[in-house]
Design a protein around this ligand. Structure first.
Ligand SMILES: Nc1nc2c(ncn2[C@@H]2O[C@H](COP(=O)(O)OP(=O)(O)OP(=O)(O)O)[C@@H](O)[C@H]2O)c(=O)[nH]1
Length: 280
């Protein structure tokens, strides 16, 4: 009996999902593609779900597609909504159809590591509840969920963009309430790798200083400095670089996110559990 109880508890956490977020064009689809290809080379299967009801084509092998349930065009036409309202309604419709989602996820068989490629409308995860509800649905189905927030690395060289990207990432982390990782995408585009490291090491207060220098008003200057101070003092936002041309960089990203959703740990438990099953 104890064995079955332990098995039920453990099985709940043998399914893993990454919610891949970020502004339009930040590299979410490319990220899914890179991670899926990397997994292929390791003989590990990573599935991808498209959560954008308006998507047209994919860079990755798409295993689950929200458009098979609902498309943005359908919602806009039937409910006479605009694109943003239509998007929220489409995702709400998905959450209401948990059976469809459960069937799709169960249909993946034993390959229970899934990346969920979100739409680029960041309001979905920075201040609306729809993605939070979606995460809850995944948890109820039995997934250990982590958030991955993609930010274009060119943002780091612009202090204003840096602060706003940091705050958006923080808002998504706060809203979703799951282990969170910020990924700095497109690092292959930076030819000077040392400058990238320098940028990553830069203290946000120095960045704020850059903004403050160009600030017109004293009020704006002190406001920016205060935000940067909070970011620094509480070590709130960190970025992990992803360079698709560098296998070590990809491996590091995979490792960090696996750690955050306890992929390795639970796998170890599973191996022990399988051994236990054989003993019985
Ligand atoms: N060189 C390089 N280009 C990239 C990388 N990631 C994305 N891109 C390019 O940036 C553009 C946007 O990438 P996507 O992966 O479609 O971005 P997205 O966040 O999924 O965009 P939306 O679905 O519109 O929200 C495409 O032209 C990609 O080829 C990267 O790591 N390196």
């Amino acid at each position: 009996m104890w064995y079955f109880l332990i098995k039920i508890i453990m099985t709940q956490y043998f399914r893993y999902a990454q919610i891949v977020m970020g502004p339009a064009g930040s590299g979410k689809s490319m990220y899914c593609n890179i991670i899926q290809q990397h997994a292929d080379t390791l003989g590990r299967t990573v599935r991808v779900m498209n959560l954008d009801p308006a998507a047209e084509y994919f860079k990755y092998r798409c295993d689950i597609d929200i458009r098979e349930l609902v498309t943005l065009d359908d919602v806009m036409q039937e409910l006479e909504l605009g694109p943003n309202g239509g998007l929220v309604t489409a995702i709400e419709y998905l959450i209401e159809n948990t059976d469809w989602l459960r069937d799709q996820l169960d249909g993946l068989g034993d390959d229970d590591y899934i990346l969920i490629d979100c739409p680029g409308q960041i309001e979905l995860y920075t201040h609306m509840t729809v993605m939070k509800d979606f995460v809850k649905t995944l948890k109820d189905i039995g997934f250990s969920v982590g958030g991955v927030y993609c930010i274009d690395c060119t943002f780091l060289s612009d202090p204003t963009k840096y602060i706003s990207a940091s705050l958006m990432a923080l808002a998504a982390m706060n809203q979703l309430e799951v282990p969170h990782t910020n990924i700095l995408t497109k690092c292959d585009l930076i030819s000077n790798k040392e400058s990238l490291e320098e940028m990553l090491d830069t203290d946000p207060s120095e960045i704020a200083l850059g903004i403050a220098k160009s600030a017109y008003s004293a009020k704006f200057k002190s406001f920016t400095e205060s935000i940067a101070k909070v970011l620094t003092e509480f070590n709130l936002v960190q970025f992990i670089p992803l360079d698709l041309s560098d296998e070590d960089s990809i491996r590091n990203v995979v490792y960090q996110i696996d750690q955050s959703i306890q992929y390795g740990e639970n796998l170890e438990s599973k191996i022990n559990e399988d051994a236990m099953e054989q003993d019985y």
